[in-house]
Design a protein around this ligand. Structure first.
Ligand SMILES: [Zn+2]
Length: 56
């Protein structure tokens, strides 16, 4: 008995998924930036300082 296995590793790199992922990332970034919740805003602010981004 022969077992033939075909592995097809197809990376989903279509333009649509790239745009969707970028849009999703931007949405999260803006949601955090304009969030009213102090915790989310504070966490984003801390992250900004952690990566050395000048903010004030
Ligand atoms: Zn700051």
């Amino acid at each position: 008995m022969t077992t033939m296995s075909t592995t097809t590793a197809k990376a989903d790199t279509s333009l649509g998924s790239i745009i969707l992922t970028a849009a999703f990332g931007l949405a999260i970034m803006f949601a955090a930036g304009f969030a009213q919740a102090e915790i989310i805003h504070g966490a984003q602010h801390d992250m900004r300082h952690a990566i050395g981004f000048p903010c004030h």
